[in-house]
Write a protein that binds this ligand. Structure first.
Ligand code: ADP
Ligand code: MG
Length: 339
């Protein structure tokens, strides 16, 4: 066996990047989440070739000062937490300090940023974890990230990418969930120069649903607002007439974070059980709000999974809330009248 040695930092970064950056949609997720954490009220995402060759994300958030830019690209560098205890109260979407270093390890990144109180902006180039340039430049307040040629230096990863069209559809799907997660932020999504999504950022969730899913869905929603000692449920659920053949239309957010939870899905689906046929799934856009101490979001680097300290309680309250909402609606079958 050859001697034991420490891996080079760039190799460590590439391996670690694999956990955070699986495909172009992961880059979009991480960078838009950063924009949201930076307090942006408007975020524009432009992609080309499904994001494989080009992703540009522009926000009007707090920006990064020139002195702090190289630090932001180091692994485990973050402005969002200091200690493990802070994890209990974390309200930001990010906190692991892994995204920028991971993205920069496997692509060519250009950053242009300016905090509102800085006199000039900065431009930073980093490729495959290697800093290329840091200079002063005129720039608007906020931050633009340009990510080119994802996985150019990790061919094994590149092979796992799907067609540009499929990768674009993952990003599009994710942008829709983000827009639903934050009706108070205006999102724009442009793919191959075609505008795909544009939300007003006026705080109206139903508006966002209308923009994404159209009139037929928006006309057939029941509003939900319930609350118990430990959680709140707000949002819209579809009347059974707009049920769907798959789970893609079950969106739910916990403390404004888009997640997947089999427990939440079960609560939703069980509430609909009497109203839907087999293999039919409800349409939902639900915001669950609860104290951060009742959750652990630090389960996986993507933070898509989480643990509840009282899973049973969450399930039961959600189930009861939706069941009530469904039972209070009148099930008048839609009759089309013809002359
Ligand atoms: P994390 O989000 O977990 O803190 P990241 O690697 O995603 O880690 O980002 C590192 C740091 O860079 C953030 O903590 C933040 O201070 C800064 N940053 C990243 N993106 C932006 C942005 N769009 N606007 C302002 N600051 C940003
Ligand atoms: Mg982040």
């Amino acid at each position: 066996m050859p001697g034991i040695h420490l891996l080079e930092q760039s190799t460590i970064d590439k391996i670690a990047a694999g956990e955070v950056v699986e495909r172009p949609s992961s880059v979009v997720k991480e960078l838009v989440e950063n924009a949201i954490d930076a307090g942006a009220t408007a975020v524009t995402v432009e992609i080309k070739d499904g994001g494989i060759s080009f992703i540009r994300i522009t926000d009007n958030g707090c920006g990064i000062s020139k002195e702090e830019i190289p630090m932001a690209f180091l692994r485990h560098s973050t402005s969002k937490i200091k200690t493990v205890e802070d994890l209990l109260h974390v309200t930001s979407l990010g906190f692991r300090g892994e995204a920028l270093s991971s993205i920069a390890a496997v692509s060519q990144v250009e950053l242009i940023t300016k905090p509102a109180d800085a006199l000039t902006g900065s431009r930073y180039l980093i490729e495959g974890s290697k800093e290329v340039k840091l200079e002063e430049i005129g720039a608007p307040n906020g931050t633009t990230f340009l990510v080119r040629n994802l996985f150019y230096n990790t061919p094994a990863r590149q092979k796992f990418l799907k067609s540009a069209q499929t990768e674009a559809s993952y990003i599009s799907d994710f942008m829709e969930r983000l827009a639903l997660s934050r009706p108070d932020i205006s999102f724009q999504f442009i793919s191959n120069n075609q505008p795909k999504l544009n939300t007003a950022g006026n705080g109206n969730l139903k508006d966002v649903i209308y923009r994404i899913y159209g009139r037929d869905i928006a006309m057939n929603l029941l509003e939900v607002h319930t609350e118990c000692e430990f959680m709140k449920v707000d949002g819209f659920i579809g009347k059974p007439v707009i049920s769907r053949g798959n789970r893609n239309f079950e969106s739910y957010f916990i403390n404004q974070r888009y997640i997947k939870s089999s427990l939440v899905a079960k609560g939703i689906e069980d509430a609909y059980k009497l109203h839907l046929m087999q293999h039919q799934y409800p349409f939902t856009v639900l915001h669950l709000t609860m104290d951060g101490t009742l959750l652990d979001v630090n389960v996986h680097p993507s933070k898509m999974e989480l643990r509840f300290s009282d899973g049973k309680g969450v399930y039961e309250f959600l189930y009861e809330s939706l069941k009530e909402a469904l039972e209070h609606k009148e099930f008048i079958p839609e009759v089309s009248v013809e002359d």
